[in-house]
Design a protein around this ligand. Structure first.
Ligand code: GDP
Ligand code: IMO
Ligand code: MG
Length: 427
């Protein structure tokens, strides 16, 4: 099984970093295929905890390649900080490779994101304010500047000068903000490019060569299906395609090369930022789960919204991503909460629906329909196999998998690498 994609199945923060790190133990290459430093992926092993943003969760083994592929919006300043953080913690980053085709995220993208969010007032998306949307806008407007352009000072200066005519007009005239200086940005970003140049290559070719020689390639998604620009809760989404298919576009591999697509979920649901969240819990159990699981954003520190497991959203995720396996994290968090609810369908205008509505307007009139399952009180953090889980926990997992229609691959009872337990090996 040489190629596996790890996909967030909900609104992000499902524990993708943790499962990527787990599967990466047997991988040769780990590839990030979309998003940027809006991601925060937590990895815990040997009593150490790391939080990664743009660098793939395979960086901890110097023998592997950790690839930032073409689909990522690449913020060099932020990646250099991340590299320094890893070096400070004794991690070698020699295995890093950066696609020459990745779009560069500049400081003006970040500034525009902040200003656009502030201008939206109550209608804000609740972005991470890292400039992700504006950087992807430039990509699709075909004015983006790519990593290969960072390495040629004349090209970089010419493109920055051309882009800043419009950007500065928007910054100053629409928002009354300060303009950016092309000459200064050229110096700053050319210097980043020079530092990062040894890592820059055609990563699609590197991946193909690895696959052709029988190596194992793991693709790591950021965000989640419900934040996907096409398939998520638009417009309350991110600006890329976290779905399984996003890996083929975002890494430059054909869909025929992919063997498994593993959907990552929590045993409940969480969401940061604005937008529909049908199973949201506003107090009581929601607060309890947030406290037990420390549900606060890795980078932004924002409290995460919490809700019951939503099998309607998960079936949607399974369909649009072609999930072949399901990983359920944070089962330990549900211990002692009493009976547990799973959303099985919605009611909209008096009708039962089992598919996820496209229009956010529908969510104001929608009620989730629940199935209630008995919980368990035992501390399960030491459990190492499915059979050793309390019967009700086994039943809960089996029911989730049945409702989503995807085979259970793993469950986890803690944030550590060792707390992930698989039902069968994928490679
Ligand atoms: P990602 O963005 O999908 O990689 O997920 P994040 O790292 O943003 O958020 C997941 C959070 O849940 C992190 O704080 C993890 O350490 C934590 N976590 C992951 N798996 C488990 C688990 O099985 N149990 C508990 N209690 N916490 C977990
Ligand atoms: P990981 O990879 C959770 C959310 C933001 C906001 C929306 C758009 O750690 O799961 P953006 O900055 O992308 O324009 O924000 O998407 N968001 C995430 N939520 N986890 C993430 O990444 C997220 N990345 C973006 O909160 O609602
Ligand atoms: Mg996260």
């Amino acid at each position: 099984m040489p190629a596996i994609i790890v996909v967030g199945s909900a609104w992000g923060d499902e524990g993708k970093g943790k499962i990527t790190d787990f599967l990466a133990q047997d991988a040769d290459l780990v590839v990030r295929y979309q998003g940027g430093d809006n991601a925060g992926h937590t990895i815990v092993f040997d009593q150490k905890k790391f939080a990664l943003r743009s660098i793939p969760s395979g960086i901890f083994d110097a023998k592997k390649l950790a690839i930032i592929a073409n689909g990522v919006v690449f913020n060099p300043e932020s990646v250099l900080k991340e590299l320094a953080y890893l070096h400070d913690n004794g991690v070698s980053t020699n295995g890093l490779r950066i696609s020459n085709r990745a779009q560069v995220l500049f400081s003006y993208h970040k500034r525009l994101d902040e200003l656009q969010e502030a201008a939206k007032g109550d209608a804000k998306i609740g972005t991470t304010k890292n400039g992700i949307g504006p950087a992807y806008v430039d990509k699709y407007s075909r004015v983006g500047i790519r990593v290969c352009d960072l390495l040629d000072k004349d090209v970089l200066r010419a493109r920055l000068e051309a882009n800043l005519i419009e950007k500065n007009a928007i910054l100053t005239k629409v928002y009354g903000a300060e303009p950016f200086d092309a000459a200064r940005l050229t110096e700053e970003y050319y210097a980043y490019g020079q530092t990062l140049a040894p890592f820059v290559t055609d990563t699609s070719a590197v991946i193909e060569e690895a696959l052709n020689s029988g190596k194992r390639v793991l693709f790591e998604g950021a965000q989640g299906v419900m934040l996907d620009i096409d398939h998520g809760t638009y417009p309350y989404v991110t600006s890329s395609n976290p779905i399984g298919g996003g890996a083929t576009v975002g890494a430059g591999v054909g869909p025929t090369r992919i063997d498994e697509v593993v959907g990552i979920a929590k045993a409940y649901t969480s969401r940061v930022g604005e937008g529909p969240f049908p199973t949201e819990l506003f107090e009581g159990v929601g607060d309890q789960i947030r406290d037990i699981a420390h549900e606060y954003g890795v980078n932004t520190g924002r409290p995460r919204r919490i809700g019951w497991f939503d099998s309607v959203a998960m079936r949607h995720a399974a369909r649009v991503s072609g999930l072949t396996k399901l990983s359920v994290n944070c089962l330990d968090v549900l211990s002692g909460l009493g009976s547990l609810k799973i959303c099985v369908a919605y009611e909209l205008d008096g009708k039962r629906i089992e598919t996820y509505p496209a229009s956010v307007a529908d969510f104001t009139r929608l009620t989730p329909l629940y199935e209630e399952l008995p919980g368990w009180d035992e501390d399960i953090t030491g459990v190492t196999s499915f059979e050793d889980l309390p019967e009700n926990a086994q039943h809960y997992l089996t029911r989730l998998s049945e409702l989503v229609g995807v085979e259970l691959f793993s469950f986890a009872v803690g944030p550590e690498r060792e707390a992930t337990h698989i039902l069968e090996k994928l490679w």
